[in-house]
Design a protein around this ligand. Structure first.
Ligand code: ZN
Length: 97
């Protein structure tokens, strides 16, 4: 979308700093950096908590064979990766404002 010349600089949605090349509702580079760092921290905490619960649940439920343990470990890692991704996305949305 081509902006009218008067709107060449748009304020950041978070800190209000006028930044060239920014679209309405977008964050400036500094805010993106800060928000991403915070979202990563939140996502790590949430995913570690969920993974600990998943690991505890799985270790109580699986039979004590090497194969079952291996698959359980893989499942826990997958849970961690998925939860972390989703948590980061959600955290980014919440931290924007
Ligand atoms: Zn900003």
């Amino acid at each position: 979308m081509r902006l009218p010349s008067g709107f060449a600089e748009v304020p950041c949605a978070r800190c209000g700093a006028f930044t060239p090349g920014l679209a309405f509702g977008e964050l400036c580079r500094d805010c993106v950096k800060v928000t991403t760092a915070r979202a990563n921290r939140v996502a790590r905490l949430i995913s570690l908590a969920v993974t600990a619960l998943a690991a505890a649940y799985v270790s109580l439920r699986i039979p004590p064979t090497p194969t079952a343990r291996m698959w359980a470990a893989i499942c826990v890692v997958v849970v961690y990766l998925i939860v972390r991704r989703v948590a980061k996305k959600v955290a980014m949305e919440h931290l924007r404002g």
